[in-house]
Ligand binder design. Structure first.
Ligand SMILES: [Zn+2]
Length: 415
């Protein structure tokens, strides 16, 4: 018996393996979640959407106390419901396998509920925002709940997505994180990325995005393999002790020191390393192609050549970027939108990458299915208008991320 609990704060699976008293455990368990009990017909009805009330927590604790010695797995229930907020909504599923799109919809439902919207209104709004989009696009979400590793499980049968080499030519010993581990990704893993590509991207294009996001990694205590990064630039040092204390040291240059009108509330931090901005876009597209279904890759041969730096993109579409605390996520996420049928003026594939309070929405460029490149204003705007759920949010910034000359990153901090 497998039970899944899904809430915005936490999702967990509980598997109760056959014990001598499984029937008794299960019936007690379902009684705790029951909405209606029909004693005459021995029927219990359970609603999938429930609330974490204090009453429920007491019932759960009783079950845990009663069965923890015969079914120790049940212990995790107290921890789970303790981790949820008081009165938080959650879904309960018994023996069902959810696909990514279902997860995505359920999470959207829960967010709407959290915003205190009426259930009917929320689902109507969802339809307005996503209806047309869903007719045209498959929407697949990847986040910390992505259950399976992506791609071929059998190492001997793997073919690398990015160099097309199989296990007779390359090795697949290392764990390839679909999104760089330095950005806090622990859960989304791609099987079919070979060790050489993994190393090449890790010491190459991925670094440009990571450097670009360094400040956020530090401020939001994002832990990579080596913990929270310490930042050191030409004129600054930033240290986050992981317990809510962030120390910023800024060193003035001679000119600033002698300037009586120097404005201390606005400081410009200069990094030591150079960034190639187009590589930021390459990396975003690489993340997307790490999770997309393998058959689709046939349409992205040129995209992969571009990601592999075989050529530079001269007419790239703009990348949209949003900072929003409402969309804050503790673990990086990817959403892929892929056209169901070919279309003349809609991009074949669009992706969304979320990291801390940043969201990037971008077209995966160079698909063989695309008739236009979306580099001109009008084509891009048509696409953007079609993605109504983006449109309805204010504050997006659009930039061409196509520069191929290495540049020092300058960040302005406002106090
Ligand atoms: Zn490879």
């Amino acid at each position: 018996m497998k039970i899944k609990f899904l809430a915005l704060s936490r999702t967990t699976d509980l598997e109760i393996k056959s014990q001598t008293n499984i029937d008794e455990i299960m019936s007690d368990f379902f009684l705790a979640f029951a909405k209606e009990i029909d004693y005459d017909n021995r029927k219990i009805s359970i609603e999938q959407l429930q609330k974490n009330t204090s009453d429920l927590k007491i019932k759960i604790n009783n079950i845990v106390q009663k069965y923890k010695s015969s079914a120790p797995q049940i212990n995790q229930l107290n921890k789970y419901f303790g981790d949820l907020k008081d009165n938080e909504f959650f879904f309960i599923f018994v023996n069902s396998n959810l696909n990514n799109e279902q997860y995505f919809n359920l999470y959207n439902y829960l967010s709407a509920l959290e915003d205190n919207k009426d259930f009917g209104v929320a689902s109507k709004e969802m339809d307005d925002l996503f209806g047309k989009l869903r007719e045209n696009y498959d929407i697949i979400a990847f986040d910390k709940n992505t259950r399976k590793k992506i791609g071929e499980p059998d190492k001997s049968k793997r073919v690398c997505r990015f160099c097309n080499k199989g296990s007779e030519e390359v090795t697949f010993k290392k764990i390839a994180h679909s999104i760089s581990e330095s950005l806090g990704n622990k859960k989304i893993i791609t099987n079919d990325e070979c060790d050489s590509c993994n190393e090449k991207f890790g010491s190459g294009i991925e670094n440009d995005l990571i450097l670009y996001l360094n400040l956020y990694r530090n401020f939001f205590s994002v832990k990579g393999k080596n913990g929270i990064p310490k930042l050191k630039g030409k004129n600054f040092q930033i240290y986050n002790n992981g317990e809510g204390k962030i120390e910023i040291k800024h060193f003035l240059n001679e000119e600033e020191e002698n300037d009586p009108n120097f404005d201390n509330s606005k400081i410009q931090l200069e990094t030591n390393q150079n960034i190639v901005f187009q590589n930021i876009y390459r990396t975003l597209a690489k993340y997307a192609l790490s999770v997309i279904d393998k058959q689709s890759l046939n349409n992205f041969e040129n995209t992969i050549r571009w990601i592999n730096q075989e050529f530079d993109g001269e007419k790239l579409p703009k990348v949209a970027m949003l900072t929003s605390y409402d969309l804050f996520c503790n673990h990086p996420q990817l959403i892929i939108y892929k056209l169901k049928k070919d279309h003349d003026s809609l991009p074949h594939a669009v992706a969304e990458f979320r990291f801390t309070f940043l969201t990037f929405a971008f077209i995966i460029p160079f698909s063989s299915k695309d008739k236009i490149d979306y580099s001109n204003e009008e084509d891009f705007n048509n696409f953007w208008k079609f993605f109504k759920h983006y449109n309805s949010i204010k504050g997006w910034k659009f930039s061409k991320i196509d520069d191929t000359t290495p540049k020092k990153l300058k960040m302005i901090l406002n106090f």
